[in-house]
Write a protein that binds this ligand. Structure first.
Ligand code: ATP
Length: 144
């Protein structure tokens, strides 16, 4: 019925109010529909992006652990591996001052950790990098 009136409403102040109300109702409905569509679409997209980012991060971390998991399986005890930066190793060995030996993979230096524990720090030689597959099992073997 409102649709039929719409053509006859032009110039009629009383009717134009009805038309305005009709139009604003129509606009509100469009807004509600838009919000009802856009909000879930945005939320779902965000969720998908977050899932992808989370998966990428998780994959990166699990690949890091994969390097060592094969060696952990070989050892009876669980070993907490601590990674040192080159700067930390420089500090621990007092700038690689004291050589205590030399092996096939590289030179071994004496070092002292912050808790006073004495350690041997082996610096992998560039030429032995190709053999570094065997280097980690050796590290595990020596920590046992
Ligand atoms: N934990 C340690 N304490 C004292 N000295 C060590 C220690 N680890 C290594 N060294 C010294 O360093 C030398 C070389 O050690 P390394 O473990 O590299 O020997 P390797 O097993 O014969 O060599 P590679 O495994 O590289 O072929 C040893 O002979 C020893 O003198």
């Amino acid at each position: 019925m409102l649709c039929n009136c719409a053509t006859r409403l032009e110039g009629n102040p009383l009717c134009s109010k009805v038309k305005d109300a009709y139009c604003s109702n129509k606009k509100n409905t469009i807004h509600i529909i838009l919000i009802a569509v856009i909000v879930p679409v945005v939320l779902v997209s965000l969720l998908v992006v977050m899932c992808i980012l989370w998966k990428l991060c998780w994959k990166g971390k699990s690949e890091d652990h994969e390097d060592y998991s094969m060696y952990e399986e070989e050892t009876p005890l669980h070993i907490d591996i601590r990674r040192f930066t080159y700067t930390e190793l420089k500090l621990i060995t007092k700038d690689f001052q004291s050589i205590i030996g030399k092996g096939g993979f590289g030179i071994v230096y004496h070092g002292t950790l912050e808790n006073g524990d004495e350690v041997a720090v082996k610096v992998l030689m560039e030429t032995s990098i190709a053999e570094s597959k065997d280097f980690l099992p050796e590290v595990y073997h020596k920590t046992n």
